[in-house]
Design a protein around this ligand. Structure first.
Ligand SMILES: C[S@@+](CC[C@H](N)C(=O)[O-])C[C@H]1O[C@@H](n2cnc3c(N)ncnc32)[C@H](O)[C@@H]1O
Length: 486
């Protein structure tokens, strides 16, 4: 061994207990950061050079060894508690070092332990750099191979557990049997059982939602979009008195998740001014997306912080889950950049380091996901006459033109494909943003579940297609637009 890995870590002073923000931020980086991935690529290239040192091992043997090492490294659960992680980290690096010193026959064992250390270390980029300097080529090659295989395995197994079984639907590549090169190939939802007309297929809470600006002066709960009419004890934010809530619970949740950094009445002058500008751009009816993105990030941070505090590991973070949905590739506008900068500053104040995460690329990718996947909420009340997408530049998928109170992003419902003859429809039974998907036609197990993104009625095909193209840039291939000829 060139130098001891532990000695190198101590020398750069990285063995302190990491703060929650630090752990949280680098957890994301480890999993998602493109620059980290780029770094991995670079490291992989370097490691490939070192591969030549391992002349005795054939490529096939190496692959087997990498696969086996990864399985072994992940066999025993990793600790979730910070103190336990630190303990395991030190033990694993030390074990890795002594196994390596025992000679070539122990290289794979050494890699297993070094890899377990990498899995619990808060800043994997830093650790890889240190491994690069301290662990000789043959073992480093195995570790980098394990890392690449680990990322691939996670990607491939995502749909094994998503959507949750309780949703009664499965995500599938469609049409059945088509491969990704088929122009009609898409991910969609298929029924896990038969449904009759009127059956509830699933109920889904959104990850973020937003009232339509057309209703900014009307009485609606800012969090769940419920009409306040008839609500006995509505609540309001004491600082900005701009937003009302249908209950203390909605107010508290809103504060917990995002309003603490999005309150235009905040005592902190820079927070107040950024929040005011974001809220104003929504109130002027320009866009739904900036506030939805801000709320989404707040929700994500809160979810992950709670998970960390409770010492729970999640299979996939909310960001990873969101990244599995498709996005629209958008050219950035000057307003996007201004919103992104504001948001980065607001979020960075919550979790130091996270402002880097909220870069322009992620902002636009999130905006594209919202424009592509958000669904119109129709929670009732005064909105009866409000048209879908009213007064906003952002179009939202809506099976009817009127009665739209806002928009929301749902992870599972993001996979619902459009059909001009749909077999399901979203409804909002509690008059809030919780979506209930109901069957509008009999659906057989295995059949694709579809909704309509526009009001279809008895409109002719060219009119429907033109609207779908204009609003969603989609060339409709549903059975009504493109009947299958036998
Ligand atoms: C909300 S996503 C639906 C899930 C989608 N299949 C996916 O892969 O993300 C909307 C996108 O799916 C595709 N899509 C949905 N319905 C379609 C249809 N009837 N015909 C062709 N493409 C459709 C379009 O690319 C559209 O922009």
């Amino acid at each position: 061994m060139k130098n001891s890995t532990l000695a190198a870590l101590i020398a750069v002073g990285t063995l302190g207990v990491a703060s929650l923000g630090y752990v949280f931020y680098f957890d994301y980086k480890r999993r998602n950061d493109p620059s980290f991935r780029r770094k991995l690529k670079r490291e992989k290239k370097k490691a490939q050079k070192a591969k030549q040192e391992v002349e005795k091992i054939t490529q096939a043997q190496r692959e087997i060894s990498i696969d086996r090492a990864l399985t072994r490294a992940l066999e025993d659960p990793l600790p979730t508690d910070v103190a336990q992680k630190e303990k395991m980290f030190l033990e694993s690096v030390s074990l890795g070092e002594s196994l390596f010193a025992s000679g070539e026959t122990k290289y794979e064992d050494a890699a297993v332990h070094f890899y377990r250390a990498l899995k619990v270390y808060p800043d994997p980029i830093e650790l890889i750099t240190i491994y690069q300097k301290t662990i000789p080529g043959p073992v480093l090659t195995i570790i980098m191979g394990m890392l690449a295989r680990d990322v691939k395995r996670r990607q491939e197994s995502y749909y094994d557990t998503f959507p949750d079984q309780s949703m009664q639907v499965k995500a599938a590549g469609l049409p059945k049997g088509a491969d990704k090169s088929d122009p009609k190939f898409h991910m969609g939802l298929v029924a896990a059982k038969d449904f009759a007309v009127g059956d509830i297929i699933y109920v889904e809470k959104p990850e973020t939602s937003q009232l339509t600006p057309a209703l900014k002066d009307a009485e609606y709960c800012e969090f769940c979009l419920k009409p306040l009419e008839g609500i006995e004890h509505p609540a309001a934010c004491e600082k900005c008195s701009l937003f009302k809530y249908c209950s203390a619970a909605c107010k508290d949740t809103a504060y917990d998740e995002y309003h603490r950094f999005l309150c235009p009445g905040s005592e902190d002058a820079s927070t107040a001014s950024s929040a005011k500008e974001l809220c104003q751009s929504w109130a002027e009816g320009k866009e739904l997306a900036p506030l939805m993105i801000a709320k989404f990030f707040g929700h994500m941070i809160t979810t992950e912080q709670k998970r960390q505090l409770a010492g729970q590991e999640s299979d996939y973070t909310l960001w990873e889950r969101t990244e599995h949905t498709t996005t629209l590739l958008l050219p950035g506008k000057p307003t996007d950049q201004a919103h992104q900068v504001r948001l980065a500053a607001l979020i960075g104040q919550q979790v130091p380091g996270l402002e880097e995460f909220m870069n322009e690329e992620r902002y636009l990718s999130m905006k594209g996901r919202i424009l592509r996947n958000a669904i119109a909420v129709r929670s009732g009340g005064e909105a009866a006459g409000v048209a879908a997408n009213a007064a906003s530049e952002d179009y939202v998928r809506s099976p009817a033109d009127a009665g739209v109170t806002g928009a929301a992003l749902y992870l599972v419902s993001s996979y619902l494909t459009h059909s001009c003859a749909p077999n399901a429809e979203p409804s909002f039974l509690d008059h809030d943003h919780v979506l209930t998907l109901k069957a509008t036609r009999p659906i057989q197990a295995g059949e694709e579940i579809t909704m309509s993104y526009i009001a279809v009625g008895d409109r002719p095909t060219p009119a429907r297609q033109a609207e779908l193209m204009e609003k969603f840039r989609l060339h409709c291939t549903c059975p009504l637009c493109e009947p299958v000829t036998e």
